[in-house]
Design a binder for this molecule. Structure first.
Ligand code: ASP
Ligand code: MG
Length: 318
């Protein structure tokens, strides 16, 4: 039988995309686990990381955008809250490491952008709202990269507005595939010029930009889709989707104690269920992967050794 999860025998390490969701990056323990996962991975692949905002932050940003309406005091209170969230996380995970001080600089710059976005827009919708929502992922990618660097795994944050080209349907923008693919491939050719000194890019999920460079977001839960688009553009050997549950279940394990965990799932079945909102993934996640037969491995950041659930293409070709 064809082994979809075997590494390729090529000289260039195969690209493997690692997507970490909000609960996997929102606390110190899973963040530290993530660093271990990537340290193991660099041995036999070129990891490309895609991150969500820390859990709960995008919801806060939605509220901040709705509340602030250009009011300075309200905007400042939200910025303080969100800043505190990331600062606490950075201290928990980086402690006294110099990277914590460096992250503080990034944090301040990003928070002042956020403050400006919240204070200037009287009616926050469209582009102004997306500028606000994007800051959750923009604050996360540099922190995640700092954790990797501190653990001895060279990493660099990458803002996906340089990679994902979208239309201007703010809040639910559509990724323009042809241009996005070219941008990702050109970016990566420059990024990884030296295969002997591998650097892990840490890309912001959820966001992209229009032709004129305006930031967009691709719909709530969109980091899954960002990761899938990136995996497809890079012809990744697989997408590893790291989350807070041990895999995919027949029903929601939080509300159904009898839910069974699945070891393996056929791609088309998974795609149908995903579209019906059943597997806890963005409904379009599997679309970019289907025609390229790129498998998905759903795994748990809290229990990295657990087998997880493999979504495998039905036809062994490739
Ligand atoms: N942070 C965004 C959201 O909460 C995107 C994601 O997590 O996938 O919707
Ligand atoms: Mg999600």
């Amino acid at each position: 039988m064809h082994d979809w999860f075997a590494s390729s025998a090529d000289d260039n390490p195969p690209v493997r995309v690692f997507k970490f969701g909000g609960t996997s990056v929102g606390e110190a323990e899973p963040l530290q686990n993530a660093a271990g996962i990537l340290q193991d991975a660099v041995v036999d692949c070129q990891p490309v990381v895609v991150v969500s905002a820390a859990a709960g932050v995008t919801d806060d940003l939605v509220r901040a955008a709705a509340d602030s309406r250009g009011d300075r005091a309200t905007a400042n209170a939200w910025v303080r809250d969100i800043g505190r969230h990331y600062r606490t996380l950075a201290q928990d995970v980086l402690g006294d490491a110099p990277a914590c001080t460096q992250y503080e600089t990034v944090l301040k710059a990003e928070l002042s952008e956020l403050r400006r976005a919240l204070q200037t827009a009287r009616s926050i919708d469209g582009a102004a709202r997306d500028a606000v929502l994007a800051s959750g992922e923009r604050l996360m990618a540099p922190l995640f990269a700092a954790v990797l660097n501190t653990e001895g795994c060279p990493a660099q944050p990458v803002d996906a507005t340089a990679l994902l080209r979208t239309d201007d349907t703010h809040g639910d923008a559509t990724v323009q595939w042809t241009e996005t693919k070219t941008r990702i491939q050109e970016w990566f050719a420059e990024f990884s010029t030296d295969p002997s000194s591998l650097v892990v890019p840490v890309i912001t999920g959820f966001i992209g930009s229009t032709t004129d460079g305006t930031t967009t977001t691709i719909g709530r839960g969109g980091s899954d889709l960002s990761a899938a688009v990136i995996a497809r553009a890079m012809d990744a050997e697989r997408l590893e989707r790291w989350t807070d549950v041990e895999g995919l279940y027949t029903r929601d394990p939080a509300t159904h104690p009898d839910a069974q965990q699945l070891d393996e799932l056929d791609f088309e079945q998974a795609r149908t269920w995903t579209k019906a909102g059943r597997l806890g993934m963005h409904p379009s996640t599997l679309d970019p992967l289907a025609s390229a037969d790129i498998p998905v491995h759903v795994r748990c950041t809290y229990h990295p050794d657990a087998p997880g659930t493999r979504i495998i293409p039905a036809v062994p070709a490739r």
